[in-house]
Write a protein that binds this ligand. Sequence first.
Ligand SMILES: [Zn+2]
Length: 363
Amino acid sequence: MVAEKKLVPLLFSHHHQHHAPILETHHAKILNYPEIPRRAEIIREHLFGTGLMQPVLVETPMPKSEIYQTLDAGMVDYLEAISQDLATLTTESLSTFYSLKDTDPAHFYRYPSVFPQRDRIYHSHQSLMGLHGYYCFDKDAPVGKGTWEATLYSATIAHQGAGMILAGQPLAYSLCRPPGHHASRDLMGGYCYLNNAAIAATRLREMGTVAIIDIDYHHGNGTQEIFWNDPHVLFTSIHAHPEGEYPYFTGYAEEIGGPLAPHTNLNFPLHAGATEIVFLAAMDELLAGVRAFNPASIVVSLGFDAFEQDPLGTFKLKAESYFKIAQKITALQLPTLLVQEGGYAVEMLGILAEQFVSGMLSI
Ligand SMILES: [Zn+2]
């Protein structure tokens, strides 16, 4: 008798398409916003073509009360409120209030302009415009009328993925978009609004301790901050060295966790141009730390921007490197939830995701 092939649940939704900023500024340039809907679509289409996946369409959003267990209610409610407010804009009001002529409100995104240093605030401020910067640490979290809907479903995809692991699935893939790992409990930024991986890890605490393995090219500053003082969640990350790369202020090796959770934070910053050999060596060290922590489950913050063709990164990983990374993670033999983060070599993302899933299934 031939054993039935186990399919990997791929959790997805179509709501992410309603969040599609067009532009970002970078130094003196105006660029196309790289975190586009096609990213998730190409991964979904490609993975479904492999025969490895079981489609799981996420149709009902998680209750906000569940999000509050991980994230700040003020920020979550603000994001909902500003999206709802933007949904009331008309072409005429854009012309009156923003001096924008003939702009389709569906394509209007509001960017934060003032980032108050919270310890220097003398007056509380309530307007949606002012609060945007209060809840952002950088300029790269623009909000449009569909942003709340997209981010709520993205969080739900992670939350439901964790639920499937709790129900006994050994492996599931949460195809989240927008990504989440730069967003902390009460700050958005870096294309991230709600921290999907952190929401998943919080839910997975039900089965014991959790280790998060973040292999996105950029340091997962938000996730690190959320679990900084939590001895039950190990955060580990391989990323570009913050000396020269976003998010600049975190990601150093000496960041080992807060006073209540020493040695539950492991950073492996690598210098620009890191090759597969360098990355895999760091991976071995990282996994030794995970084994020592002895978690009950794993969340992988799965970014693909360490790939050699990525327009935002400098690392030199090849497509097959993702197979090898996954092979090392699956050797832990622990229930594992994959949570989509970055990756901007859009046309290659499906192939990279297939490599990773194949690696996870190789043992
Ligand atoms: Zn990234």
